[in-house]
Design a protein around this ligand. Structure first.
Ligand code: ARG
Length: 453
């Protein structure tokens, strides 16, 4: 391409090192779409004759079709997808192909392509997250009446509807969708026409190409147009947070399916055995999702580091953007594709969650509330219940089984009704405050999330 300026060809290793075709070939459809909009604008503005542009559009359509049908492969030594398509076009239509790059640079071209690509892919990630939310709310519906312990510090804390814990994840995933939507919104301005970095002396119509390509407007500084990759960072951080949520959920799935908890049974189709221990049923999918989270964080960190201290405008460092964004994108998608059916098919073992809720004095707060509702200051009630718990531990019993006589020694406010008040059923049923852990609240949350979807 630039043979005129050079006496020697690029060294073979250096050439391979420099080429991004292997990575950016996946943007071929976006590249062609951008070129078509650009060529159409060149004709409209009288920069290129209409007949030439017609040939260009025909040629590009042919290339698109041939790639889609697998008739044209990326098996060449082109430096990147932009050069590949331009070379192929010129091969097919001759000199007209060489005119396409008038009033354009690969710098604005690539900035357009990634935006178009991410806009399409954001849509597919959002669909996958929606599918996950649907699986989670179905499971929450199914388990709304199941009583389970909830934890702080991984110590049994308070009894909840199992569905309540699941709905916490539904809320997180809903915000993940909003983050992706915001990233698209912030990104959706066209850099096309920024050219190499300084715009052009040709009478281009940037608003026209922006509109043709579905952008909300144009980027108003040509250096910014070709230099920034802040939108890549926004996508990567949205992906990283999806992974954070998947990873925490995975960790719970792993704990819950251990013999120590046995709150859930994962479906055979999402577990593996051991090559030596015949009894094993391992939650590999959840572990892999947890593990791959590190990789997506790495992609985010890599992108931030590439940009740090980079002088304006385009530098080849920026070619690395696609490696990080595509790797994170692929990882998030495959994780969601496996995680969703794993959740949809898992069984919650209500006898076990109930049994665990019976231990660990998780109704102690409710006992303190019982006294406080009868007029005792909460701090005083809290102290008495603490003493009662210590007494139960010493006697190897639980609050539910301690005789009323023992209670009376601590306060005259205790009556027979305390047992009903601290039963797990009451504790969970009555947690009806807005966003609380009762089955009624869980059903209200599910209804709300459905409206958001
Ligand atoms: N393959 C390049 C990239 O992905 C395209 C832009 C190249 N521009 C340049 N001036 N070398 O960043």
């Amino acid at each position: 391409m630039w043979a005129g300026r050079f006496q020697k060809a690029l060294d073979k290793k250096a050439d391979d090192f420099n080429s991004s075709l292997r990575v950016d070939c996946r943007m071929y459809a976006q590249d062609i779409k951008g070129s078509m909009a650009h060529a159409t604008m060149l004709a409209k503005q009288g920069i290129l004759p209409q007949e030439e542009v017609d040939k260009i559009i025909d040629g590009l359509e042919g290339i698109l079709q041939d790639i889609n049908e697998g008739k044209l492969s990326f098996n060449t030594d082109a430096e990147d997808i932009h050069m590949f398509i331009e070379a192929e076009l010129t091969k097919r239509i001759g000199d007209a192909g060489k005119r396409l790059h008038t009033a354009r640079s690969r710098n604005d071209q690539v900035a357009v392509d990634i935006r178009l690509y991410l806009r399409d892919e954001a849509e597919s990630v959002i669909e996958l997250v929606k599918a996950l939310i649907k699986a989670v709310i179905d499971k929450a519906e199914e388990t709304a009446d199941i009583i389970a312990p909830a934890y702080t510090h991984l110590q049994r804390a308070q009894p909840i509807s199992f569905g309540h814990q699941l709905m916490a994840y539904a809320m997180m995933f809903l915000r993940d969708i909003q983050r992706l939507e915001n990233a698209v919104k912030n990104m959706n301005y066209s850099p096309l026409g920024s050219c190499a970095l300084a715009g052009t002396t040709y009478p281009t119509d940037r608003a026209f190409t922006a509109e043709k390509l579905g952008f909300d407007g144009v980027m108003l500084n040509s250096i910014d147009g070709v230099s920034d990759r802040d939108f890549c960072v926004e996508f990567l951080s949205a992906f990283a947070l999806i992974m954070t949520h998947l990873s925490r959920f995975s960790e719970e799935v792993i704990l819950w399916s251990s013999w120590e908890f046995k709150f859930i049974e994962l479906d055979d189709s999402y577990t593996t055995g051991s090559s030596i221990m015949p009894q094993k049923k391992n939650p590999d999918m959840a572990e892999l999702v947890r593990g791959k989270t590190g990789r997506v964080y790495g992609d985010l960190m890599a992108m931030l580091t590439v940009l740090k201290g980079l002088p304006l405008a385009y530098n080849k460092d920026m070619q690395e953007d696609k490696e990080t964004v595509f790797d994170a994108l692929d990882t998030v998608k495959v994780c969601l594709e496996v995680f969703t059916p794993m959740i949809a098919t898992m069984k919650v073992l209500k006898e076990n969650t109930y049994r665990s809720a019976q231990k660990g004095f998780i109704n102690a707060t409710d006992l303190a509330d019982y006294l406080a509702k009868k007029g005792m200051p909460f701090r005083t009630a809290y102290k008495i219940v603490g003493q009662l718990v210590a007494e139960c531990i010493a006697k190897n019993t639980v609050l539910d089984d301690l005789p009323l006589l023992d209670y009376k020694k601590h306060s005259e406010l205790f009556e027979e009704d305390l047992y009903k008040e601290i039963s797990l059923e009451t504790c969970v049923e009555k947690r009806n405050s807005l966003g609380g852990a009762s089955p009624t609240s869980v059903r209200a949350q599910i209804a709300w999330v459905k409206t958001q979807l």
